[in-house]
Write a protein that binds this ligand. Structure first.
Ligand code: NOJ
Ligand code: CA
Length: 553
């Protein structure tokens, strides 16, 4: 029976490589995560989404899996995973795994067989094609740059890889692949995991006939629409997988849904469709992550997020997020890390967290972490970064410009080790961390922020407590107010259980704001990032990045 428990959840995303190292090899691991469960419980989150911890040669930090039913030795053992599950459940918390279905590692036994000869029974488990005019079969670009096709010398054909060349795409048209995947998913469900985040789910179907793409290079992460993203029929794969695996269990599913528009969202998460519970949409972060340094367009943000709120108001449910391991830190773009660090981090937090949906926090976001500092091109660890650096060099850019560009956009910005305290290596490891710690760690770390009442961490904790104790903040209707205000994002949450107004000034300039129906004298401030205003005048002006969560009765 489906209870929909995940609607009341607060999800915390753990990037295991960077969370906590227990044995001094510089790499985070499952025993390290186990040591920090008390912290996560104290914070108040209820679900851990664990990025891939499966066996993997680590070409894309675990998103290249060579055995779906084993643990990467750097991270620990299956016994550690079992213990994690047990310890979370004992605390009333849950575990969601990252399911990478679109591709495997090139070291997965299926691919090793598939590439061994053209008539191997597993040949058709992947996508093999003859070349065209001495080159690849079509013009598709990999999302990680370069042709999406890799030449295999031994069998004289190309295989498709939408991500790195060591991540060959599975052929989901093949029923044997679908059956094997469903069996693997059931195996984890029977072990007791509480759900999945499904990687690259919109890419599983490729356009029949593999036609050339009109926009082969596309936008980063929005490539070749209609060729290998949101191709009609992709939902049939999701349907079948749901029917044969997770729909039979009371678990949560959230799909990584590049390319899905708000208008299409109900097809993916509408309750009567029985497919996924939520999707992680990509629309709002296109406002920042790929753009040159521009100020946040508050109105555009309101338009996008409100569109998603309304699209799923009747049927379906939103996943609310600002950050993840694929994005640089939001604070470095939309916040003010110099003058208003606390204020801007907390205003951004209140803005997205109290909308209708399940909020997600990416590790370190709750500390108000910003981008790290890269001093040389050798500082990067991400394969995608290497590919981009190579291309920029080939295009004649000099290293200083490449470094400036990568410092702004690289995924490694958010993958730095979790800063636990102000000791050596931020308390993450006793060894040499696989990726350098963010140099801000002496001030921005868990231990320091826990002690400081006015810290980003304690604000997140209060936000989580509020979201968890006020049902209207989980389930109430969403209504945007002051739609045209250029600085302020304000919205109401309403139900029989109460009514809240969330008001966030997302700029460094003061902003006037009043609401006719809810004069400030009659509201109750439940959470804010400034001292409570003392009089009518103060109530009427929001200070730089001021956020107020008020109960309006
Ligand atoms: C999306 C994941 O979030 C990202 O980290 C990964 O590189 C790609 N999918 C490929 O699996
Ligand atoms: Ca380790």
């Amino acid at each position: 029976m489906k209870t929909g428990w995940w609607r009341n959840a607060v999800v915390y995303q753990v990037y295991p490589r960077s969370f906590m190292d227990s044995n001094g090899d510089g790499i985070g691991d499952l025993p390290g995560l186990l040591q920090r469960l008390d912290y996560l419980q104290w914070l108040g989150v209820t679900v851990i989404w664990l990025c891939p911890m499966f066996r993997s040669p680590n070409d894309d930090n675990g998103y290249d899996i060579s055995d779906y039913q084993d643990i990467h030795p750097e991270f620990g053992t299956m016994a550690d995973l079992d213990r994690l599950l047990e310890e979370l459940h004992r605390r009333g918390m849950r575990l969601v795994l990252d399911l990478v279905l679109n591709h495997t590692s090139d070291e997965h036994p299926w691919f090793i067989e598939s590439r061994s000869s053209r008539d191997n029974p597993r040949r058709n488990w992947y996508v093999w094609r003859d070349g065209r005019n001495g080159g690849p079969p079509n013009n598709w670009e990999s999302i990680f740059k370069g042709s999406a096709w890799a030449w295999d010398e031994a069998t004289g054909q190309y295989y498709l890889h939408l991500f790195t060349r060591r991540q060959p795409d599975l052929n989901w048209e093949n029923p044997e692949v679908r059956t094997a995947m469903a069996a693997m998913v059931r195996w984890w469900l029977d072990k007791g995991v509480d759900g999945f985040r499904i990687d690259a789910v919109t890419h599983m179907k490729k356009a029949p006939g593999f036609p050339d793409a009109p926009n082969p290079q596309g936008l980063e992460f929005a490539p070749a629409y209609g060729c290998h993203m949101c191709v009609p029929g992709v939902l049939d794969f999701v349907d079948e997988l749901a029917r044969t695996s997770f729909a039979r269990y009371d678990v949560m599913t959230v799909g990584e849904a590049n390319g899905v528009s708000a208008a299409q969202a109900v097809e993916w998460v509408g309750e009567d469709r029985g497919r996924l519970d939520m999707i992680l949409q990509f629309e709002h972060w296109h406002l920042w992550s790929n753009q040159p340094r521009v100020a946040l367009d508050v109105r555009a943000l309101k338009t996008i997020l409100t569109r998603w709120q309304l699209a799923l108001a009747e049927s379906g449910w939103n996943a609310l997020y600002l950050e993840n391991h694929d994005l640089p830190r939001v604070l470095s773009r939309w916040g003010d890390t110099v003058r208003y660090r606390y204020e801007s981090a907390t205003a951004l937090a209140a803005m997205y967290f109290l909308m209708r949906g399940t909020p997600f926090i990416y590790q370190g976001q709750e500390l108000g972490m910003a981008n790290t500092v890269f001093t040389s091109l050798d500082d990067f660890r991400d394969r995608f970064a290497y590919n981009r650096i190579e291309r920029m060099r080939a295009a004649g850019m000099d290293d200083a410009d490449i470094l400036a560009e990568m410092s702004l956009t690289a995924r490694d910005n958010s993958r730095t080790p979790m800063p636990w305290n102000n000791g050596p290596n931020a308390g993450f490891t006793t060894g040499i961390p696989w990726l350098a710690v963010n140099p801000e760690y002496p001030a921005i770390n868990v231990a320091t922020e826990r002690e400081e009442p006015r810290s980003v961490l304690n604000f997140y904790r209060a936000l989580i407590a509020l979201r968890t104790t006020e049902p209207v903040l989980a389930h109430g209707r969403y209504r945007l107010v002051a739609k045209r205000h250029p600085q302020v994002y304000a919205y109401l949450r309403e139900s029989e259980e109460g009514r809240f107004l969330v008001v966030c000034n997302l700029t460094a300039e003061p902003a006037t704001f009043s609401h006719r129906a809810f004069p400030w004298q009659r509201v109750k401030l439940r959470l804010g990032n400034y001292p409570t205003p003392r009089d009518e005048g103060e109530w009427g002006v929001l200070r730089a990045f001021e956020a107020r969560v008020v109960e309006v009765g």
